[in-house]
Design a protein around this ligand. Structure first.
Ligand code: NAI
Ligand code: MG
Length: 500
């Protein structure tokens, strides 16, 4: 049994949930794993075990997929009107909003992020996503198409739910990633098996209770806790699943795509990034410094779109690097649940070692560390916000996704030649996002076109909205999350031709 070392700052309601027995939602019931196995959830601020959750394996995956299949093929869900479906999703949003404080605390305890950030970002963004998607359920339109095969035809298209969807999510925004995935699936009338990240299952398990309270019929959403190989892999491979949506590493994204080939299920992937923040000399430099710092330090750099490569023009390079380093050195670190904390620990021992390894490799390969570069405190998974300069293009810290509070600064000297700069900005296997910092409209729009990435921000970074499509070019993924675009990934289009 786990030793409970709960933070006394937790609200008693949150603490009661955390210390209670945790079960998975399968076919409308809360169940243990078929094997009875559980695994431990850790507090990243001190490395202590906070609770145990069920460890789903193939048998549980199979049971959940069959429940979702049955709910899709035979259940009341598919017969519900789109308006009823939309209202249910809206109700879920209301319930999450009513429990904002509890969700913010769960995210902070489990992931390590500051509770103040979860309260104003993770939770309200999840609520907003569900509200936005609830509106789409009544707006999934087909079209009437005049065909040239003859005039005696009435032809139109229907937009239908794709079916049973497997969704596998990561730990960086546990509740928000669940929302990004569930919102469009439910709006389009699909049924779901959602596998939470093993590092951060708590908010998803609480969400499962609210899904029940909102009235979703049995089997419409099934929520599993388990590991990647034990639960994620059999879910991605399951023959009764029509589509898999994955967010996580590019490496596992490729495994998911392979696993999906067995029954040629449809695949969407939201993967890694190594996004540039590009500062031109004509930018509001103080604003760009703050923006570049927040681009990489928000959520401890554990964002797929983190501005991990800072590209600043020669003439402002030193000032920008010094400014970002100064901000880095002043960020207040501590446990997420401390209201004064601005940056908490990384999510896990594994991520702590991975990020620390990148910093060491930069140091060994001759890059200069001008801020941070070491752990904070002697327990917990804290890494100080780190600024690296003088890195060469082929160093690991430049080429790979670090996924931590580490920015690698490089300069550029092209004044007129935006083409060359775009080549430098695009010199990565990824294509998720970029930010451009300039006062020149023409530079901004020219760069926006030249950057090969799914999102380009101008004079801002990390601005998200449920209405905006988000996703990657190149090895950052397949398909888009959010916006109207995501609905294409959850629907099939049927052409109906009637001879009159
Ligand atoms: P991961 O890709 O291993 O895990 C993401 C999800 O995939 C988790 O739910 C995990 O259980 C599941 N999974 C793992 N192996 C699987 C398999 N064989 N089949 C099906 N599902 C599987 O990511 P991890 O190990 O947590 O982090 C490693 C790196 O991945 C990070 O350092 C970061 O670079 C990147 N990453 C990117 C994210 C993004 O938002 N795009 C989020 C999390 C990690
Ligand atoms: Mg992994």
């Amino acid at each position: 049994m786990a030793t409970l070392a709960l933070d006394p700052r937790l609200n008693p309601i949150t603490a009661a949930f955390v210390t209670g027995k945790h079960s998975m939602l399968i076919d409308g019931e809360f169940r243990s794993a078929a094997s009875g196995k559980t695994f431990s959830v850790y507090n990243p601020a001190d490395g202590e075990v906070i609770c145990e959750v069920p460890e789903a394996e193939s048998a549980d995956v199979d049971r959940a997929v069959r429940a979702a299949r049955n709910a899709f093929d035979n259940g009341p869900w598919s017969k519900m009107t789109s308006s009823e479906r939309g209202r249910m999703i809206w109700r879920l949003a209301d319930l999450i909003e009513q429990h904002t404080e509890e969700f913010a605390e769960l995210e902070s305890l489990d992931n390590g992020k500051p509770v103040a950030v979860a309260r104003v970002a993770d939770v309200p963004l999840a609520v907003d996503l569900f509200r936005y998607m609830s509106g789409w359920s009544t707006k999934l339109l087909g079209s009437t198409i005049p065909i040239s095969a003859g005039i005696n035809f009435h032809t139109y298209t229907l937009r239908e739910p794709i079916g049973v969807v497997a969704q596998i999510i990561p730990w960086n925004f546990p509740l928000l990633m669940a929302a990004w995935k569930l919102g469009p699936a439910l709006a389009t009338g699909c049924t779901v098996v959602l596998k939470l990240a093993e590092q951060t299952p708590l908010s998803g398990l609480r969400l499962a209770e609210l899904l029940q309270e909102a009235g979703f019929p049995a089997g419409v959403v099934n929520v599993l806790t388990g590991f990647g190989e034990g639960a994620g892999a059999p879910l991605a491979a399951h023959d009764l699943v029509d589509k898999v949506a994955f967010t996580g590493s590019t490496e596992v994204g490729k495994l998911v795509a392979k696993a999906a080939t067995g029954n040629l299920k449809k695949v969407t992937l939201e993967l890694g990034g190594n996004s540039p923040a590009i500062v031109f000399p004509d930018a509001d430099i103080d604003g760009a410094i703050k923006g570049a710092a927040s681009a990489v330090f928000f959520n401890h750099g554990q964002c797929c779109c983190a501005g991990s490569r800072l590209l600043a023009h020669d003439s402002v390079f030193d000032r920008v690097v010094e400014g970002v380093s100064d901000i880095a050195s002043k960020i207040k670190m501590g446990p997420g649940l401390d209201p004064a904390t601005e940056m908490g620990p990384l999510v896990s021992q594994e991520q702590f070692e991975r990020v620390s390894g990148y910093i060491d490799s930069g140091r060994q390969q001759g890059a200069k560390i001008v801020a941070g570069g070491e752990r904070f405190a002697n327990r917990g998974y804290f890494v100080k916000p780190t600024v690296i300069r003088d890195a060469k293009p082929d160093m690991k810290v430049v080429e790979e996704e670090i996924f931590g509070p580490v920015v690698v600064a490089q300069s550029f000297s092209t004044d007129a030649d935006l083409e060359r700069l775009a080549v430098q900005a695009n010199d990565t296997i990824y294509g998720l996002a970029a930010s451009v910092w300039t006062r020149d409209l023409s530079t901004a729009h020219k760069m926006a076109r030249r950057i090969r990435a799914g999102t380009v921000w101008v004079n801002c970074h990390n601005v998200f909205d449920a209405a905006l499509p988000f996703g990657g070019y190149k090895q950052s993924g397949w398909g888009r999350e959010m916006g109207a675009e995501v609905l294409n990934n959850y629907t099939e289009v049927k052409a109906v031709t009637v001879k009159l």
